[in-house]
Design a protein around this ligand. Structure first.
Ligand SMILES: [Zn+2]
Length: 249
């Protein structure tokens, strides 16, 4: 795509994010009256994974041997230059928290026909550090969680865990060192809120799984916790390396 056209596209999406009215949660185009939260063009071109409820799906495999995850899913596959990229750009950088809520509703409706939410007690979005939350103004994972709550009626639990480290930097680490490095990213601040409950952890993009691994382990410190995972997007092609760690080529 010529740079000029790409720039025009970015500016149009940015303008749509700033303007009022109802807009497509993905591309930012103004929606026709009566249209759903995502325009028809986006609905037909987004790379949906369609593997929720399938045992042994790639998200489940990501946590195998590392964290006892009961159910796992991702709405979209995320590859650079694909349309799903705009979903995350808009959600994170175009200051579009309403897009996050709309996309969360879409995530919930996508898995609704399966038994994905059966016995889930609460949704736990991946927290941001207070500094990052202040800079962005909202937590994009919490917006997704609120959308899922709209559809399921499940409570969103944000008072149990806080984040102490912005970004675990273990992308290039493997095995033992990587597993040690994911500890201490989160702190359990109110165990009573999550003890004995089945928690659905929600994040925007799942890459190495290290953030959710760390969050899951922190939540388990409360005792009797069951875990499931639902993310907006799954990035990369995952495979499990021999020592039980996770690698993304
Ligand atoms: Zn659209």
């Amino acid at each position: 795509m010529p740079a000029r056209r790409r720039l025009t596209g970015i500016l149009r999406r940015l303008a749509a994010g700033l303007a009022g009215g109802r807009h497509c949660a993905v591309c930012g185009r103004r929606l026709d009256k009566g249209a759903d939260e995502v325009c028809a063009a986006c609905l037909t071109s987004l790379p949906f994974t369609r593997f929720h409820g399938c045992p042994d799906n790639p998200v489940e495999r990501l946590f195998r041997g590392l964290l006892p995850v009961e159910r796992a899913g991702a709405l979209l596959r995320y590859r650079p230059l694909e349309r799903s990229r705009f979903v995350l750009l808009r959600l994170k950088y175009f200051h579009a928290p309403a897009s996050g809520i709309a996309l969360g509703r879409m995530m919930a409706r996508d898995v609704w026909p399966t038994d994905f939410f059966r016995e889930v007690d609460a949704i736990v979005p991946v927290p941001l550090t207070p500094q990052r939350l202040h800079r962005r103004g909202y937590n994009q994972s919490e917006m997704l969680a609120r959308g899922i709550a709209d559809v399921t009626g499940l409570p969103v639990e944000t008072g149990a865990v806080s984040r102490v480290v912005e970004r675990p930097s273990q992308t290039l680490l493997h095995g033992r060192s990587r597993r040690e490095n994911v500890e201490h990213v989160f702190r359990l601040t109110n165990p009573a809120r999550v003890a004995g409950r089945h928690l659905l952890m929600v994040d925007d993009v799942l890459t190495t799984g290290s953030t959710l691994l760390s969050l899951g382990r922190t939540l388990m410190e409360a005792g009797g916790v069951r875990l499931s995972v639902l993310t907006l997007a799954l990035a990369g092609e995952h495979h499990v390396v021999e020592d039980g760690g996770i690698a993304t080529p």
